[in-house]
Design a protein around this ligand. Structure first.
Ligand SMILES: [Zn+2]
Length: 392
């Protein structure tokens, strides 16, 4: 069986390399990567005075384990152990030279958090999690809840009881994400229903239901909601890569409380995988030419200076990829990276005016040259009306 699993892992790695249009790390690069990983691990062990400045953290979430006793019995030998998930998260975080965080979310049970391997591993910290099936769909719950509340989250809970439980979860600093919403199947709604985030990308490859989920999220943004977009692998076995899609989260540290705060603040970019482009969105509100006044997740007052200046910096892009910029009226920029005015190397700068009487936002996506297949996206900078700010 072990030999069989190894073969699957090799096939999976090959497939992933092809899907991401990027060769695996060069052989000669391994030494440097290992050194960087060792330094990163040392920095994570260092006292907070060194390690607690805000930083990008690789975040993997919505991952199933061999504690999944509800489905795929035939695949039991292929299910991931908690130890394997911690170790794989560590590998991918180190490859990106950032700390890591992982939320393992089993179906309707919290068993993985009692596993001996559920503890910090290498550069990765685990977050308590569960995937809870309610009447409207599934929702992932992150955050340590008290035992009484966790035990009360029963499969199939109806909408009214769900909303009440959502309030209790929020009162205990828990974080809720609507999982894999699909039009007419799960979370078929135009409302937010009390969740903190939407999985706008679920599982490897960009699919029709991901477009549906993105549409729901975008619709809520247009209504003036501030709600986080997340990518989640929903990995069930070895055959599902836990890192596709994944997130980079700008957090004080990779400790659970700091991660939950950063997720809530929307300081998140969603990547199709570790080798996919990274999008850094920023604004300059005082015209000093320094784009550090706001980033993904932040809100700026509309009309403060008539118009606002933005900057998008893109790392790890491929030739002919497209940058798409969207506000409440749809895409206002859709062009090949580097082509046209406004570009300086991998940085695109632009200025926009916004009417004061509507909530608005600016967000960015990188898609393949066909302009359809998503590679990465970032959460918006928000331009709320005063009355709509922070609407829930
Ligand atoms: Zn799931």
């Amino acid at each position: 069986m072990k030999r069989y699993l190894n073969l699957l892992m090799v096939l999976y790695s090959l497939g992933l390399a092809i899907l991401q249009h990027k060769p695996r790390r060069r052989f000669l690069g391994v030494g440097i990567a290992s050194l960087r990983a060792a330094l990163l691990m040392l920095s994570c062990l260092a006292p907070c005075s060194i390690a607690c400045a805000d930083q990008w953290v690789a975040f993997f979430n919505h991952i199933h384990t061999n504690y999944n006793d509800e489905e795929f019995d035939w695949a039991t030998p292929l299910k991931l152990s908690v130890q394997q998930i911690m170790s794989r998260s560590d590998t991918f975080a180190k490859a990106l030279s950032v700390p890591g965080s992982v939320a393992i979310t089993e179906h309707n049970n919290w068993k993985p958090i009692a596993d001996p391997a559920f503890r910090p591993f290498g550069v990765v910290q685990p977050i308590h999690g569960m995937e809870w099936a309610v009447e409207l769909g599934e929702v992932t719950v992150f955050g340590p809840l008290d035992k009484q509340l966790s035990d009360s989250l029963k499969r199939g809970t109806n909408a009214a009881a769900m909303m009440k439980a959502f309030q209790q979860i929020h009162a205990q600093n828990g974080f809720l994400t609507a999982c894999h919403p699909r039009s007419k199947v799960r979370w078929h709604t135009e409302k937010r229903l009390g969740v903190d985030a939407i999985e706008v990308w679920s599982g490897i490859g960009w699919k029709t239901w991901d477009s549906d989920a993105l549409l729901w999220w975008n619709q809520l943004l247009t209504q003036g909601e501030r709600i986080t977009a997340l990518g989640a692998s929903d990995a069930h076995t070895y055959l599902h890569p836990i890192e596709c899609p994944m997130n980079l989260v700008f957090a004080k540290s990779n400790k659970p409380d700091d991660m939950l705060a950063a997720l809530r603040a929307g300081r998140v970019m969603v990547l199709g995988g570790p080798n996919m482009p990274q999008i850094f969105l920023a604004a300059d509100t005082n015209g000093d030419g320094i784009y550090k006044d706001a980033m993904s997740g932040d809100a700026l007052p509309v009309g403060q200076s008539g118009s606002l200046r933005f900057q998008v910096t893109i790392e790890k892009t491929s030739p002919d990829d497209r940058l798409i910029l969207t506000d409440r009226n749809g895409a206002f920029f859709n062009n090949t990276i580097g082509s046209g005015e406004g570009w300086q190397g991998n940085v695109y700068r632009f200025q926009r005016s916004f009417p004061e009487d509507q909530p608005n936002f600016v967000r960015a996506e990188i898609r393949q040259p066909d302009a359809k297949t998503m590679k990465s996206l970032c959460n918006p900078i928000y331009l709320p009306m005063k009355t709509a700010a922070g609407q829930k």
